[in-house]
Design a protein around this ligand. Structure first.
Ligand SMILES: Cc1ncc(COP(=O)(O)O)c(C=O)c1O
Length: 425
């Protein structure tokens, strides 16, 4: 736990003015109002550094890989550098970093490869809290006779029912696939504890960190997870996906691939020609977070430490916004709130919040807000099991508000005022 003095130091060092200057798209206006991007869970805005890196790729490095000429060599160097950056973000070795089109595509490919090792009667444990991209790819293994066990949630606070999880583990369990944080209700799952339970049962653990990555530091070594995925477009980078895989698994498992492609890790896991310009953008996104960290704590010595310093300050900042948001939402008459609401438990959640208002559908509310320049999401966000379990799927799902570190208290206040107006109209 951090001390009050640390909190104060962090909030003093977090420079929201500098942060917002890095994101040119935040200047957008809608119907005369500044745009408030509260749609981060579906994809964040991008700092100028990322746009510059994509352009630089086309100007100076654009070629396919492994050619005997300058731009091709530069492409290879760029990919290695980005692997190094992602290795610092994950806290792993660069050859344990795999690039892919997006998390869903990576997970579908990995599930097929893992399926080659499974036999009828083997079991995979999934959860009702997860995005469908961490559900359907594994459920497809039923075609091979694999048995799927599904962990329930506690409806009162939208947390995973860990007793249920434990009861689903046994000697036949081969994999537990769980989210780090819910993209619908913001719950952060105790993934380190779940990894221990999975390993004690002799199973591997696959963690979907897509929603967690913009909100907190990842440490695959400390988690001792077997696989972890996240998508750079959710943490200020371009539209791609990335996978961490423990070396022993990446080497042992057999990905589906074409013959001339590399047989060595990590390339053997990367299907076809990669979107190289976006890989260049991923590097810049990681460097942006590190730059923020160096500004928050100039004493940091390396990029990993800079990344941790950045998250140290954004976690605190986002929690300030979240506290204001939840207090304001709970004061709106007729509002139904999903998930953890007690500030004493905010370490168990991130700044993504879902509600239903007393009147209208989530689409009505999102449209009302959108016309006022406030961008939120409505529906199920592919967390289909959850909206079904909460009984809201058939009536339009929920309204989701996502705060990241470039959002402001003014934006939270504007949202709350607009929601009050909507509810009263
Ligand atoms: C928690 C979570 N997992 C997985 C995904 C799917 O990621 P991708 O769009 O990279 O396939 C998303 C996308 O919203 C998500 O929020």
């Amino acid at each position: 736990m951090s001390t009050p003095a640390f909190h104060e130091a962090v909030s003093r060092s977090f420079d929201i003015g500098w942060v917002r200057e890095q994101f040119p798209s935040l200047q957008l206006r809608v119907n005369g109002e500044p745009a408030a991007f509260l749609d981060g869970p579906a994809g964040t805005q991008v700092p100028r550094q990322v746009m510059d890196a994509v352009q630089k790729y086309f100007l100076e490095q654009n070629a396919n890989t492994y050619g005997a000429f300058r731009t091709s060599r530069r492409s290879n160097e760029m990919i290695s550098a980005t692997r190094g950056a992602m290795a610092d973000l994950f806290h792993c070795s660069p050859d344990e970093v795999v690039f892919g089109q997006n998390m869903t595509t990576i997970t579908l490919g990995l599930a097929r490869a893992i399926g080659r090792e499974l036999k009828p009667g083997d079991e995979v444990v999934l959860t009702l809290l997860d995005h469908d991209a961490n559900f359907s790819p594994w459920r497809a293994l039923e075609e091979k006779g694999v048995v799927i066990r599904t962990v329930d949630i506690r409806e009162s606070d939208c947390t995973l029912d860990l007793d249920d999880l434990q009861s689903k583990l046994n000697s036949k369990t081969k994999l537990v696939a769980v989210g780090y944080a819910s993209n619908a209700v913001g719950t952060i799952n105790p993934v380190a504890e779940i990894a221990k339970l999975a390993h004690a049962a002799g199973a591997m653990i696959f963690i979907d960190a897509v929603h967690y990555a913009p909100h907190g530091p990842i440490d695959v070594k400390a988690l001792d997870c077997d696989f972890l995925v996240c998508s750079p477009y959710k943490f200020f980078g371009p539209h791609m996906g990335t996978l961490y895989g423990k070396k022993e698994h990446l080497e042992r498992l057999k990905p589906y691939k074409v013959r001339p492609a590399a047989d060595t890790i990590p390339e053997c896991w990367e299907t076809g020609t990669q979107v190289m310009e976006l890989i260049a953008g991923i590097h810049a996104a990681v460097e942006y977070i590190a730059e923020l960290g160096r500004r928050c704590d100039p004493s940091v010595r390396d990029r990993r430490a800079a990344l941790l310093a950045a998250y140290g300050s954004t976690v605190e900042y986002e929690r300030t916004l979240l506290t204001r948001l939840i207090a304001g939402l709970l004061a709106i008459p007729g509002l139904r709130f999903f998930g953890i609401r007690d500030p004493k438990r905010f370490a168990e959640r991130c700044s993504t919040v879902s509600v239903r208002l007393g009147k209208g559908t989530p689409t009505d509310a999102a449209t009302f807000l959108g016309e006022r320049g406030i961008f939120t999401w409505d529906g199920n966000f592919y967390a289909l099991n959850l909206t079904e379990r909460l009984g809201v799927e058939k009536s339009g799902g929920v309204l989701r508000v996502g705060l990241v570190h470039y959002n402001t208290t003014q934006e939270v206040d504007r949202l709350l005022a607009a929601l009050k107006e909507f509810s009263a109209s």
